[in-house]
Design a binder for this molecule. Structure first.
Ligand code: SF4
Ligand code: SF4
Length: 443
């Protein structure tokens, strides 16, 4: 952390193992699989997950969403926001301890590399307190070089979600993709080498407002004061199951805090201190003094999971998920628009027909490997004929073609007649309203 003088106060978290650490490692492995493997998997010829910003397309599990599908983006954003509210209100800062990219990368890559090259907490602290000896220089140089490689690797993995893994890793992505790789590499490198826990303490917006999302019933890591106090070194405390002041819960903390001081905003609820205290108290035949609890439980009240805020957030989440499922199931995998050719209302053909010309734009969103054929028909103009009746598009292709509608001039009727252009494809049909100008004089 930054000290009062503005200098960096390094935190040297000691390595720890335990049931929560193992649970977190499994979670980290799953999240890494999502990041590293998902961009390489294809479904129906397209990536399992790709956010193609320049083309304004998102590929997800075989579905293709375009700019016309902003309703799904809105639903997703609301879903993510309410999921954050819901899970935070029940599980506290579970995101910070188990799923935040900074936590995941620090625990998976950075701390093991640091342990491997520089040794554990005591060795690192002692070496850093001394001068710049050859031993310290080469270890720092080696560590920072590996950190740079890890930063570049993770940056490539992250940008793969936006530029496509194959294109990026084979050097075929655009310059902007590699520029973002360079930016992400720099950001992660700065974080790994220097910033680390300061990000949570000074920059992270979630850390700032999470206290508004939790209440006395939310899960949090806390110290059992009635059982633990008065703390004291020695046999008496060990026999009673009181805190033996070993400081193990403090030295493992990556945020550099003492959980025995009570609830602190810096705590990311990583549960390292629970594993630490368990490793001390269990051999003494006592339960850990640091555990998952809640302010309500610590005050002797029963912890309630079902509360107004969790019911409301849960209800909204379920509604949003149901709406997304209904919309996905009813989704038509193409778009069609019809616009009159600018500057012309109608023309008279030599054979006595009135001609109206439109521009028909069709975009395929099916994402399958084959080309797609779309049939075009009219509804509401029984006397009219269409010059073109089918359009063939490659997968995910877009075509704009002239659509010529002709009708005998002597049919009569209103000057303007409404009708629908019907575009039918494999996944359904779209009706686009249009008007036909008959050329008749106004009454
Ligand atoms: S106090 Fe415990 S749970 Fe909180 S950050 Fe430190 S080690 Fe993690
Ligand atoms: S690890 Fe447990 S016994 Fe040791 S100082 Fe922390 S709370 Fe006390």
């Amino acid at each position: 952390m930054l000290g009062f003088s503005g200098s960096r106060e390094w935190v040297y978290p000691q390595s720890i193992d335990g049931s929560f650490m193992r649970l977190r490692r499994w979670t980290f492995a799953g999240l890494h699989a999502l990041l590293l493997i998902a961009p390489w998997i294809t479904v129906g010829g397209h990536p399992l997950l790709l956010i193609d910003i320049p083309a304004r397309r998102v590929f997800l599990a075989g579905l293709v969403f375009t700019a016309a599908d902003t309703i799904f983006l809105a639903l997703l954003l609301f879903f993510l926001a309410f999921a954050l509210f819901f899970f935070t209100s029940i599980f506290g800062r579970i995101w910070c301890g188990y799923a935040c990219p900074q936590t995941v990368f620090l625990e998976t890559w950075i701390r093991p590399v640091e342990l491997w090259i520089e040794g554990d907490r005591v060795t690192r602290k002692r070496r850093d307190a001394g001068g710049w000896t050859f031993d310290r220089v080469w270890r720092k140089a080696a560590k920072w070089t590996v950190f740079l490689a890890v930063s570049a690797f993770l940056a490539m993995a992250m940008v793969s979600l936006f530029a496509g893994a194959r294109e990026l890793w084979t050097g075929q992505a655009g310059p902007s993709a590699y520029a973002f790789v360079a930016i992400f590499t720099g950001v992660w490198y700065l974080d790994f080498v220097w910033f680390r826990e300061q990000f949570c303490n000074y920059l992270c917006p979630y850390a700032r407002f999470q206290s508004a999302l939790t209440d006395a019933e939310s899960l949090l890591v806390s110290y059992d004061v009635p059982r633990g106090e008065p703390r004291e070194k020695g046999r008496a405390a060990a026999l009673d199951g009181r805190c033996i002041a070993c400081s193990k819960c403090v030295v493992v903390c990556p945020q550099g805090i003492d959980i025995r001081d009570g609830f602190q905003l810096e705590c990311i609820q990583c549960a390292r201190c629970i594993d630490a205290c368990t490793s001390v108290m269990e051999p003494l035949g006592h339960e850990t003094l640091v555990r998952y609890s809640s302010l309500a439980a610590d005050e002797g009240r029963e912890r309630r999971v079902l509360r107004p805020r969790t019911v409301i957030y849960g209800g909204l989440l379920t509604t949003l998920a149901a709406a997304a499922v209904v919309l996905v199931l009813g989704r038509i995998p193409f778009e069609a628009t019809v616009n009159r050719v600018p500057g012309t209302l109608f023309t008279m053909d030599a054979d006595g027909f009135v001609r109206n010309t439109y521009m028909l734009k069709i975009t395929d969103k099916d994402g399958g490997p084959d080309q797609h054929t779309f049939e075009v028909t009219l509804d509401g103009l029984p006397e009219a004929e269409l010059v073109r009746q089918s359009v063939v598009l490659p997968s995910l292709g877009t075509r704009t073609i002239p659509l010529v509608v002709r009708m005998p001039a002597d049919v009569g009727g209103d000057r303007t007649r409404s009708f629908d252009v019907i575009v039918s494809g494999d996944g359904g049909e779209i009706r686009v309203p249009a008007t036909f100008n008959t050329g008749a004089s106004s009454p």
